[in-house]
Design a protein around this ligand. Structure first.
Ligand code: ZN
Length: 524
């Protein structure tokens, strides 16, 4: 039964225990498993014989013999295996080093066969490294086996026990990252320890269409892109895909600004300084913030991951980085009908604007908040065309479109609250910004509207939901729903909003597990 998803990785309560888990072959396994007589790679060489000899276990999908595959073939095979919703067990494959990416790719159950074999070859394993036991001067571990021992006390059995404990500890750590929705950050950082892991992650990222079906659009964890390997992360690809689709700038003048460490950008010292200096001159002007690897129109600054990311800032931009960001900036600028572009940027940010081939007026000297830079910016903004629109209302409209794929209803409304904790009100409260997830939370009228539009809706059985709606109670669900999405559930007597725990298609397929956490509901 599904407890928590983070992309393809998941925590499930099962008869074997809570997954992801390790079967311990130093003890006799409690539940017998049918391993079959043929390794999984035989499927490709001799599919007929494979059908006869494969594992016939009904409860779990057992894929033996994957260790012989190349990195590419292994990733592709795991993706193929994941299409089967059952628990996935890959015997004799996991090590403390590769287990984070195996779980990221959808493996639920592993074992300690490799750590045991390695122990008999004299290999002492840690989360990020492997040593020949004879080459160690001291044991860099304080597990129950290593504590008070030295390398010469360690026989094969003790090393096997230690290796097993390290694998178990790594799985425990991965599980916590799943709960925190932080697994991708961890896997990406961990992959740096081994080129094989980095290769597997890159190959996984080539399969965005597969991961997209499971990946949340909104997350509570901070995105930490640290290298160019991050540019193809599902979160970043999803952001650009949706934001480029949903960006409809109204203004005729565009101001390009550099990013800030603090998020949302408007709360940063530099952006506050610029905004307060310019005052009303910014009214009716569109803004786009250049960062790396993100490019964020101001109207999307409170959307995940723009709302919650952290990048290493050194002022140095690589050629590939400039190229990547310039291409995205160009695409956003082309969505508008701008007759003047002002770029208040320096250094690498300026190179991005130039590389994008944008005909811009540059106004910043070395320091974007110096009085000379600000004076030039003010002058450039004095005689521009202004279109009358409210920035905060435009933010709600853009966030609504980004989140639900439809236009926000046009109602007479006001924005209330203290930035970034804004809410949209008519007679009643319509929506508010959920700053934790970088998305909108909605109330009765907007929920009714989504019901009418038939988007992000879930048809449930006739019951009054308390707390959690389980997949068994779901009759139909909108297939675009991803984990963490705000959804509207309904039956003949009630409707309400909640947070999805699994993708919409999975709610229909799964016979158990958490589907929706209820926030509030109303009588129909
Ligand atoms: Zn140890």
């Amino acid at each position: 039964m599904l407890e928590k998803r983070d992309g393809v990785a998941r925590i499930c309560r099962t008869e074997f225990g809570e997954t992801p888990l390790m079967i311990d072959f130093t003890e006799k396994p409690e539940i017998p498993i049918d391993f079959g007589k043929a390794p999984y790679p035989l499927k490709e060489i001799d599919p007929k014989r494979f059908e006869i000899l494969k594992s016939k276990d009904e409860r779990i999908n057992v894929a033996t013999g994957l260790a012989v595959l190349s990195h590419r073939k292994l990733v592709e095979t795991l993706i193929e295996l994941r299409r089967d919703g059952r628990l996935l067990y890959t015997p004799a494959l996991a090590t403390p080093k590769n287990v984070p990416i195996l779980i990221y790719l959808g493996v639920d159950i592993v074992d300690n066969i490799v750590p045991i074999i390695k122990a008999y070859e004299g290999i002492y394993m840690l989360e990020n490294a492997e040593f020949e036991i004879d080459s160690l001067r001291a044991l860099p571990c304080n597990c129950e086996v290593c504590r008070n021992s030295s390398p010469k006390d360690m026989d094969e059995e003790k090393v096997a026990k230690h290796n097993t404990l390290i694998l178990k500890r790594q799985i425990g750590l991965v599980k916590e990252h799943i709960r925190m929705e932080n697994l991708r950050n961890f896997v990406e950082a961990h992959a740096k320890f081994d080129p094989a892991l980095t290769a597997m992650l890159r190959i996984a990222d080539e399969n965005y269409e597969f991961f997209e079906r499971y990946y949340p659009v909104f997350k509570k964890s901070k995105l930490t892109p640290t290298s160019e390997d991050s540019f193809e992360r599902p979160e970043i690809r999803t952001f650009f895909k949706r934001a480029l689709e949903c960006y409809y700038p109204k203004g005729k003048t565009l101001l390009i600004l550099p990013c800030s460490a603090r998020k949302p950008y408007s709360l940063s010292k530099s952006h506050r300084r610029i905004r307060s200096y310019l005052g009303d001159l910014l009214k009716g002007v569109e803004e786009i913030i250049v960062s790396s690897p993100l490019v964020v129109p101001r109207v999307f600054e409170m959307v995940y991951p723009a709302m919650n990311y952290d990048v290493p800032v050194t002022g140095k931009w690589s050629g590939d980085e400039v190229e990547f960001v310039a291409e995205k900036l160009k695409a956003f600028v082309e969505k508008g009908d701008f007759n003047k572009v002002i770029a208040h940027v320096t250094g690498g940010y300026r190179r991005v604007v130039e590389r994008a081939g944008i005909d811009a007026v540059f106004t910043a000297e070395d320091d974007i908040t110096s009085s000379e830079s600000l004076r030039k910016l003010k002058k450039a903004l004095e005689d521009v065309e202004r279109v009358d629109f409210d920035l905060f209302v435009s933010m709600f409209e853009h966030m609504f479109r980004y989140q639900f794929g439809v236009e926000m209803p046009s109602v007479d409304c006001l924005v209330r609250g203290r930035y970034p904790n804004l809410e949209l009100k008519a007679e009643n409260r319509l929506a508010r910004i959920d700053v934790r997830y970088g998305m909108l939370d909605i109330y009765e009228e907007f929920a009714r509207y989504l019901l009418k539009k038939e988007v992000y809706t879930i048809r449930i059985d006739e019951f009054e939901p308390k707390g959690t709606i389980f997949a068994v109670g779901v009759r139909e669900a909108y297939h675009g729903i991803r984990p963490n999405d705000l959804v509207v559930f309904h039956n003949d007597s009630i409707f309400g909003v909640g947070i999805a725990c699994m993708p919409g298609w999975e709610m229909e397929e799964a016979d158990g597990g958490r589907a929706v956490e209820v926030k509030r509901y109303w009588k129909l």
